[in-house]
Write a protein that binds this ligand. Sequence first.
Ligand SMILES: C[S@@+](CC[C@H](N)C(=O)[O-])C[C@H]1O[C@@H](n2cnc3c(N)ncnc32)[C@H](O)[C@@H]1O
Length: 319
Amino acid sequence: MKICSIFFLLFVGLMPAPAQDLDRLAREMLFGADTSCSRQCYQYFMSLLSDQRLETESILTPNGVAISPEAAAGCMLEHTRTQVFVRALYQAAKSVGKEDVKILYVGCGPLAPFMTLTAPLLPKARYSLVEISENAAASAGVLIRRLGLQHQLDTLIVADATAMQVPGALQYDIIITETMDAGLNGEMMIPILIHILPQLKKDVVLIPEEVTLELVCSKNTGHEAYQERRLIFTATDLLHCYFETGKFPETEVLPPPCANNAKSVICTTVRAFRDIYLYPEASAITRQIPIRYIPGKALHFAYSMTPPRLLVDGRWRWR
Ligand SMILES: C[S@@+](CC[C@H](N)C(=O)[O-])C[C@H]1O[C@@H](n2cnc3c(N)ncnc32)[C@H](O)[C@@H]1O
């Protein structure tokens, strides 16, 4: 390695990045309308991690998949998704009624955007991060140091959140996790919440507050275009039923009538916090899942946790 590269790495490693860059990006993400902001954040953060190698392998567990550190970093580029969650966390923190709000952030990935893009504007907030991937957690720790935010980081724990005991669990005001995919398939949000929520205080604010799955007859894309919709489950339905009975609910849903030029789909809507929504088709995690059925015949929906899957008529039919 050349001497100048060594000096560069030492310099990057020891010196926090200019605070005004981060402050400007965090403000734009929270209050602005520039959709290139997530790309700017991504490029800035990745430049600060240029000496780190992000792994490309996902982690498979019986409770579902954790996407690779490289893919998790790339999630930031989904501007609407990132902005919705960042805004939700900021608004939730403001709603708690104290400045030294304690935030548990599960599944931070290598760029920890829900911390790195809110902490500059919540200077008394304190964050505890949990991440299953050692590689992603190491990068998040380096980035947080290089952004000069380490004084707001209480802990960075490498653990599978579906199996961990949360240290000091009752201190948290907010828990945030974006560990889900469309249809609540594949990724671990439901198993994580089943394991973690009972450890936290009862009035902890959960972000996302709700995820709703509906069977919809859709004519165009965009959530305004949906004609007829039938509720399948909400995440709250799944969690409540599981906490009460140890099982998930099952339901029969009669598909809505669909004209010839329409298609039937399963729609995922995320209510991140209060009126902050991630609507169907606004991001990969709320993409439509096409579904076939016999007109007039009800579909049977169930949910399985190992791995997380929405089952239709007993089968898992899509990726
Ligand atoms: C979709 S990425 C989101 C990353 C980042 N929070 C963001 O929004 O850009 C989900 C992250 O959660 C982590 N994760 C998934 N399941 C987990 C589990 N059971 N315990 C801890 N971390 C998990 C993954 O490794 C990945 O880094």
